[in-house]
Design a protein around this ligand. Structure first.
Ligand code: ADP
Ligand code: MG
Length: 827
């Protein structure tokens, strides 16, 4: 069985087992679609099947349990049909899953024939498309405002801005987020009484009337296709009579009923549809919308724009490349991504446009790397004996991986070009000390260094560590030369720091984004370090670097990046991997408990605290906009303090506290004044409390694996055995494969790959990770596409790195635009 099908089957089984609660996938089944579709295409699943799965599951969360069951059922049947008998029934070995055990839904058994109504002209399926030949001087001005389009005035233009659409070009690149497949609809004559159906037809008549008392308004329409007719009735929705007219094409969905022996539908869902939008195979684009515009309106305007402008778009990829990579011409791709002539063409269109995204990303990364490499950087020749002495006084011996990374940094600092290095190492692998040594090397030579961390708690922790490491006896600095600058730093102190950095009296500054927001100037910044780099946007990283003149750059991340991703995303960075844990670390013992077993976790905490250890209890962010995160933590803190852990002191930490308040709590916890810290997810990154041995996470199902792993990394940093307890929201979720994976492995890399598989790169890398907003079609898990695009980008770069050849002129412009929108730098 193809992996994507197996995966789908597993989701469906889990869903069935959980009673169709839409919790087989975190965030709901719809969440896995993007990733799954990419994988399915990769697997060679037919495009129409991928689309059908997408279309059906997209709105899964809105369905009732019964409809969900029917949906999964229907889909599974469809897959069975397409993939024949050689695929075993998914649940032979498991009676818990009703998916294939029950009788398939009746309508799924019938091989639906396409409706005869409105049949648009058939086109030869995969005939090669001719290359578009444009007369010169007839290029589209894609920068023209959308008001160029007929019937789009200022008012609509403003509305469209909500979708990020300002120009014709924006419009062409506003891709449908899905396509409805009307080819699978039943002809009216084949409908039977009592079925849930969708059908497509023409309005033959439409009337409205009131019941005798005048209390109920009734709209009645007769809808027909070539095979027959059906009567649809709506109650108390008089406006339908004004919105639907005779001759309109319409899609109805609902349950069929009968009245006096004739088929009827009562209050079906309906949506109008333009005949011309219905392409050969009945594929209709569905666009992301915004308030005040309708699908129909936007589809109409899109149709106009695509018809008038798509073929005037200039293809910026050289003809040779199009041939070599077997890609559609850009105008053709743009046309078919909106109004595909067939599923096959849609697939090709998506492929071309996704290729472009990776290709431009990659080309930009290569150029960036070259530009970076061409710059001159200060040479730091490190005295090995001095460095050995520094390492010698550390409270521990460096691991082999730490030492290797340090060697790489020593090498980078001496090349005469700015270092551009990413240090990747799992939580607790000891990245900080590597950063500290890099700082020591630079300040020893009299220059300045800055370290930026995502939270003030973490910045402060680094500050204390660096103070320790750099200003102790053998260290190169005195305490006055190291400062902390966070949002909460008093203005007077900030002024002093500013003066010290400008004069060069202060050598090292550690801080949050306050560092870049503040007008600090450095006398001689030679090393910029960014910790937990995935927490920062591209521009923030660039801003820190711009505080110096081509300073050396070191970025650190605990996000283990699968190779496929690293090469694309961090193509312009050199990567060091710290793949070894400091000795003596025991894996954190991880358990998934059901909510009923909560008491057990409390007794474990009690026992640990009695032994002198500390514990974290984490409550999830329920929803971005939802304030209940704090509420949950605040209420639970009170409850736990009063009813459960009366004999202990409990601290409380949440996102709405001021940085100062948070720091105070964190300090008290670190200093052992609190036994237990109740916190929201703000505690996630970097904080080091070696004495803490228990991490209890409530609502664990709401977190991604990478994030859970980060939480877990907060404990087990000392010599004592540590525990991580995961309590999902419902007992069913205890079986949740994702959570069980946490219990199975302590390897962040394995978890990251799983996360990537399940949630896709956006979530995985953090939404702020830039370079990805440009990837609208390309999936970073589509390894084949990435490799293909990378290969062609590298070949082109080899031939004409600066794109100065005349045939690359338009490509240079396109590249510039792509990177201008994104950023000038994605590292
Ligand atoms: P991370 O890579 O997650 O940033 P840290 O740098 O915070 O990890 O290190 C985690 C803990 O491990 C710290 O308490 C640090 O002092 C300790 N540590 C780092 N390197 C070593 C080592 N080589 N041997 C023992 N302990 C180490
Ligand atoms: Mg760290």
């Amino acid at each position: 069985m193809k992996p994507s099908i197996t995966k789908l089957r597993n989701y469906f089984k889990l869903e069935a087992k959980n009673g169709y609660q839409n919790n087989a996938v975190i965030g709901g089944l719809g969440q896995m679609l993007e990733h799954w579709s990419a994988e399915a295409r990769n697997d060679g699943l037919p495009e129409n099947l991928v689309q059908v799965v997408d279309a059906r599951l997209r709105d899964y969360h809105r369905l009732s349990e019964t409809s969900r069951k029917e949906t999964l059922f229907g889909l599974w049947n469809r897959i069975q049909r397409e993939f024949g008998e050689d695929h075993p029934q998914p649940s032979e070995d498991e009676e818990a899953s009703p998916i294939p055990d029950e009788k398939p839904a009746p309508q799924a058994q019938e091989e639906p024939t396409p409706p005869e109504v409105d049949t648009p002209p058939q086109t030869a399926e995969s005939a090669p498309r001719p290359r578009v030949q444009l007369p010169p001087g007839q290029r589209a001005d894609l920068h023209a405002s959308v008001t160029t389009v007929k019937h789009i005035g200022e008012r609509y233009a403003e509305t469209l801005e909500n979708l990020g659409i300002r120009t014709l070009g924006d419009m062409l690149y506003h891709f449908p987020n899905r396509y409805d497949d009307y080819s699978r609809m039943l002809p009216i004559a084949k409908l039977r009484y009592g079925e849930k159906v969708s059908l497509i037809g023409t309005v033959k008549s439409i009337t409205s009337r009131s019941t005798r008392g005048g209390r109920v308004k009734i709209v009645e329409a007769v809808i027909s296709d070539n095979s027959g007719a059906i009567r649809a009735t709506w109650f108390n929705q008089p406006w339908i009579a004004t919105q639907l007219q005779r001759g309109d094409h319409v899609v109805l969905s609902g349950k069929t009923d009968q009245y006096l022996g004739r088929l009827t539908m009562n209050s079906p869902d309906w949506s109008p549809i333009e005949k011309k939008h219905l392409m050969a195979e009945g594929v209709v684009p569905i666009y992301p919308l915004t308030a005040k515009i309708t699908q129909r309106w936007l589809r109409n305007k899109m149709h106009a724009v695509v018809t008038d402008w798509a073929d005037k778009v200039e293809d910026y990829l050289p003809a040779q490349l199009l041939d070599d990579a077997e890609l559609l011409d850009l105008p053709v791709a743009l046309e078919h991504i909106h109004f595909p002539e067939s599923w096959e063409m849609l697939g090709q269109a998506r492929h071309r446009l996704a290729f472009d995204e990776i290709f431009l990303l990659q080309l930009g990364v290569l150029q960036q790397k070259q530009i970076w490499a061409a710059r001159l950087g200060r040479v730091f020749e490190i005295d090995q004996a001095w460095l050995a002495a520094q390492i010698d006084v550390l409270p521990f011996r460096l691991t082999g991986a730490q030492q290797r990374t340090l060697d790489e940094i020593v090498h980078d600092l001496a090349t005469g070009h700015p270092m551009n290095r990413l240090v990747q190492g799992d939580v607790g692998s000891g990245k900080t000390v590597v950063a500290a040594m890099a700082i020591a090397m630079v300040v020893q030579a009299g220059a300045q260094a800055a370290l930026m961390a995502p939270t003030s708690i973490l910045a402060e922790q680094h500050y204390h560590n660096l103070l320790q490491l750099l200003s102790k006896e053998a260290g190169p600095l005195s305490p006055e030369q190291i400062h902390l600058m966070i949002g909460a730093t008093p203005e007077s102190e900030k002024a002093e720091i500013r003066a010290g950095l400008a004069s060069g009296a202060i050598k090292v500054v550690i801080g949050t984004h306050a560092l870049i927001e503040d007008p600090v100037e450095f006398a001689d910044l030679q090393l910029a370090i960014i910790d937990e780099q995935h927490r920062f946007g591209v521009h923030q990283r660039a801003s820190l670097r711009e505080k110096g003149e081509n300073p050396h750059l070191l970025v650190m991340t605990a996000t283990p990046i699968p190779r496929s991703l690293a090469l694309t995303v961090y193509g312009d960075l050199d990567v060091s991997v710290i793949d070894e844990m400091p000795p003596g670390r025991q894996p954190v013992e991880t358990h998934v408990l059901s909510p009923k077993e909560r008491e057990r976790s409390y007794s474990l905490i009690r026992r640990q605290v009695e032994k002198g250890h500390q514990a974290f209890i984490i409550y999830p962010l329920v929803e971005e906009s939802d304030k209940s995160e704090e509420k949950a933590a605040v209420e639970e803190h009170a409850r736990l303090q009063k009813d459960v852990f009366g004999q202990f002191k409990l601290g409380l930490l949440h996102g709405r506290m001021t940085p100062g308040e948070k720091d105070t709590v964190m300090e008290k916890f670190r200093d052992g004044e609190y036994h237990i810290l109740v916190s929201t997810s703000v505690v996630e990154v970097g904080v080091d409390i070696p004495n803490a041995t228990v991490m209890l996470i409530e609502g664990a199902h709401r977190f991604g694996l990478a994030q859970l792993h980060q939480f877990r990394g907060r404990v087990g940093r000392g010599a004592a055995k540590a525990y991580c307890l995961l309590i999902p929201g419902s007992a069913d979720a205890v079986e949740n494969e994702r959570l069980l994976a946490m219990a199975e492995t302590n390897d962040g890399f394995v978890l990251a790959e799983k996360d990537l598989e399940q949630r896709g790169p956006g979530d995985f890398l953090g939404t702020r990770q830039s370079g990805f907003s440009a990837l609208r079609l390309a999936s970073l898990t589509d390894i084949q596409l990435i490799q293909k695009a990378r290969k062609h980008a590298a070949a082109l770069f080899e031939r004409d790195a600066e794109l100065t050849a005349p045939e690359h002129e338009t490509l240079a412009v396109a590249l510039n635009r792509f990177w201008h929108i994104e950023s000038t730098d994605i590292s």
